[in-house]
Design a protein around this ligand. Structure first.
Ligand SMILES: C[S@@+](CC[C@H](N)C(=O)[O-])C[C@H]1O[C@@H](n2cnc3c(N)ncnc32)[C@H](O)[C@@H]1O
Length: 298
């Protein structure tokens, strides 16, 4: 190129190929998809329209800046500020756990297990962004949905999402290792469904940088066997559910046998796989003769 010729910037296609190589080298699991999502985000278009697009104005510089953040393994969802969960787009960022696709299966199970004509009373324990509670309130408009969360930083995001989605969810700041049934006296013994994706990473497990460095620690770790919070959910569910009520709890793929064992004494205890075929959540029904207050689980 001579000095008098105008400089041309690389095309979007060339930059996407280069970005994919850089993200792959950084260990990102889905480098092409992430590069495309960043480009679509800065251009304000859907990924499927990238094939017809090219850089405009300052979009390339913005893309390169965001790419550098992703290369350092900052989660894509934090960079773009939101994530999809079932029918909803939820706001996420530092301080709140990013909802995962596998959790959508619990919501699917709950919706199919609940009578569509009723007015079910539902409690989501460990709600984080509110993904489960808001999806249930959105997809079951007759349901009465309560959500429980301990962490003040997470609650900032729960409130933002309740506001932005605009469906009714009653939010309670509570520690589920405490006496939640006593803290919610109007609900004790009356709830139709308790649902939870609690922290469940065992202490000895190694997690990806996106998880360990960016999801809140309180959202991840759950004791030596990873079941501390599953046990807390079982105890709280026993206090909240009506006889015949249902509980559904997500667990790690290492817990396909140990999580159901926590629900000893319950009826219809079953474990379920996610769409990737991994053991993912346990469901159980409160016996019609309820053993309130006694530990049926351990
Ligand atoms: C794995 S995240 C799940 C968040 C959300 N339910 C989802 O599926 O995306 C677990 C959540 O439990 C909350 N949590 C941890 N310990 C808790 C406790 N003792 N009581 C209430 N919430 C707790 C964390 O702050 C975090 O928001």
């Amino acid at each position: 190129m001579t000095e008098s010729q105008p400089r041309t910037q690389p095309s979007l296609r060339v930059d996407l190929a280069e970005a994919t190589t850089r993200l792959a080298a950084a260990g990102v699991e889905s480098p092409r998809a992430d590069a495309e999502q960043l480009a679509a985000y800065v251009l304000g278009i859907s990924r499927s329209r990238l094939v017809l697009a090219d850089w405009q104005d300052g979009a390339r510089d913005q893309f390169l800046a965001l790419l550098a953040r992703r290369e350092l393994r900052e989660p894509l969802q934090h960079i773009v500020g939101s994530t999809g969960f079932r029918y909803l787009e939820l706001l996420v960022g530092p301080g709140v756990f990013i909802p995962r696709p596998e959790t959508e299966s619990l919501v699917e199970w709950a919706i199919s297990a609940i009578r569509p004509d009723g007015r079910p009373l539902i409690v989501d324990l460990c709600t984080g962004s509110g993904a489960i509670a808001l999806s249930l309130a959105y997809e079951l408009p007759r349901a009465i949905v309560h959500a429980v969360e301990r962490d003040s930083d997470a609650l900032v995001w729960t409130r933002r999402n309740i506001e932005s989605i605009g469906v009714p969810v009653a939010l309670h700041q509570l520690d589920i290792t405490g006496d939640v049934a006593a803290a919610l006296p109007d609900l004790a013994g009356r709830v139709d469904l308790v649902i939870s994706n609690p922290p469940y990473v065992p202490a000895d497990e190694t997690v990806e940088p996106e998880v360990g460095d960016h999801d809140p620690q309180i959202a991840l770790w759950a004791g030596a066997d990873g079941l501390d919070l599953v046990r807390a959910v079982e105890r709280v569910a026993r206090g909240l559910l009506r006889p015949g009520g249902l509980v559904v709890v997500e667990h790690s793929d290492r817990h396909g046998e140990t999580a159901p064992a926590v629900f000893r004494g319950w009826d219809e205890v079953a474990d379920h796989r996610d769409l990737a075929g991994r053991d993912r959540f346990v469901t159980a029904r409160m016996p019609l003769t309820k053993q309130r207050g006694s530990s049926t689980g351990q």
